[in-house]
Design a protein around this ligand. Sequence first.
Ligand code: SF4
Length: 286
Amino acid sequence: MSQAATDPRRVKLEENKLAKRLRRQVGQAIADYNMIEEGDKIMVCLSGGKDSYTMLDILLNLQASAPVHFELVAVNLDQKQPGFPEHVLPDYLSGRGIPFHILEQDTYSVVERVVPEGKTQCGLCSRLRRGALYSYAEAEGFTKIALGHHMDDIVETLFLNLFFGARLAAMPPKLRSNDARNVVIRPLAYTRESDIAHYAAIHEYPIIPCNLCGSQDNLQRVQVRRMMDEWERNHPGRTQQIFKALQNVAPSQLADTQLFDFANLSTQPAHAEAREQAVTWLNAKG
Ligand code: SF4
């Protein structure tokens, strides 16, 4: 290890730079997508993983200096997985004086019952979790639901949809649910997973692993992650480039007839318009 990497002052400086970068990126994402407005009551979904702890910390930090007033409540869903350490999140949150609620719903038994042995359970598990959290948010009058997905998650979803779903779609930074009852925000949309992992390690969050259920990751996801990891090693910055592309879409350069009116393209739109005006004028003259 180099001397610079162990020099405590240098280490502190790097940690401060990381914290500033994360705050800046989250602030920028919030501003770009108008994620938080005056009077919002935000449910911060806390799974106990590094991403959600980091999101909560940064939102609390921004709340202290934000020009608008908003409320933050950490909410965890206890899915009744065997071995789930129930005390970890309440201890952490009460210790820091953060308002929270633990929602209890045994989705674990449902998943165990419904998903055939050997198949990945994450799809159904996530859907049930989403359903429980969204219903609670609506019942309690939360105006926004904050999820801890970051840039790497968003790009990963893009490739999963592209390779295995024949769809050009990712995970948007802000979303209204299909039934229009909830607005979801992803304040970490501009942040990189490696930065979050580093930040979480510095803060020594009491991480609860998301594999207590023993479910294996599905192979498609593993494949996409491997591809992205390799890019990260051989072509640093590619994930950011792809994310930027999601913000810079050219519908006329794709092939979706629902997104762009290819049928009415003409060589001389100006002439066509002039002709139409002339016909209208002649008709009006009688
Ligand atoms: S790893 Fe287990 S708890 Fe986590 S999403 Fe998959 S099935 Fe659910």
